[in-house]
Design a protein around this ligand. Structure first.
Ligand SMILES: [Fe+2]
Ligand SMILES: [Fe+2]
Length: 133
C-alpha cells in the first residue's frame, strides 16, 4: 500500500533506495494500525519511531552531503526542513498515549498520517528541486 510510485524516483540510486526504505517503514506503521490482535501497541510504536529517527538521520545526512557535492544553491533551506522533521519525530509524545486500544490506535494513526504526508510532499516538492542540478 505504501511504496514508491514512479513519480517519486529521483534517478539517484542510493537516494531512491533510502526513500523506498522510508515507505517500507510507513507500511510497517500501517500494518501496526491494522493489527487487531496486538493488545499493547506502545512497544512497537516506540520501536518504529526510533527506527524512523535513526534512518531519516542517515538519509538526510546522505542527501545533504550529495547536495554539497553538486554545489546545490538551496542546501541550507533544504537542511532546515530535514531538521524540522527530525524535531517533530523526537517530540512524539508517548505520555499522552493511554492504555486503551483506541487511544493507542489514534497515536499510530497520527504517526502514519504525519509520516506519509511529509514524505510524499517532501520528495515531490523539495527533493525534486535538487535533482538534475
Ligand atoms: Fe530531503
Ligand atoms: Fe529525501
Amino acid at each position: 500500500m505504501y511504496e514508491m510510485k514512479p513519480e517519486y524516483y529521483t534517478g539517484i540510486e542510493e537516494i531512491d533506495a533510502q526513500h523506498a526504505r522510508l515507505f517500507e517503514l510507513a507500511q510497517e506503521t500501517h500494518d501496526l494500525l491494522d493489527d487487531n490482535l496486538l493488545q499493547d501497541k506502545t512497544e512497537e510504536l516506540s520501536r518504529l519511531i526510533s527506527e524512523l529517527i535513526d534512518y531519516t538521520k542517515m538519509h538526510f545526512a546522505h542527501e545533504e552531503a550529495y547536495q554539497k557535492s553538486i554545489g546545490y544553491a538551496h542546501a541550507d533551506r533544504h537542511a532546515l526542513q530535514h531538521r524540522q522533521f527530525e524535531d517533530k519525530l523526537m517530540e512524539f509524545d508517548f505520555d499522552s498515549i493511554g492504555d486503551d486500544y483506541n487511544s493507542q490506535n489514534d497515536a499510530v494513526e497520527k504517526l502514519l498520517n504525519f509520516l506519509v504526508s511529509w514524505l510524499v510532499t517532501h520528495i515531490l516538492k523539495v527533493d525534486m528541486l535538487y535533482v538534475g542540478k
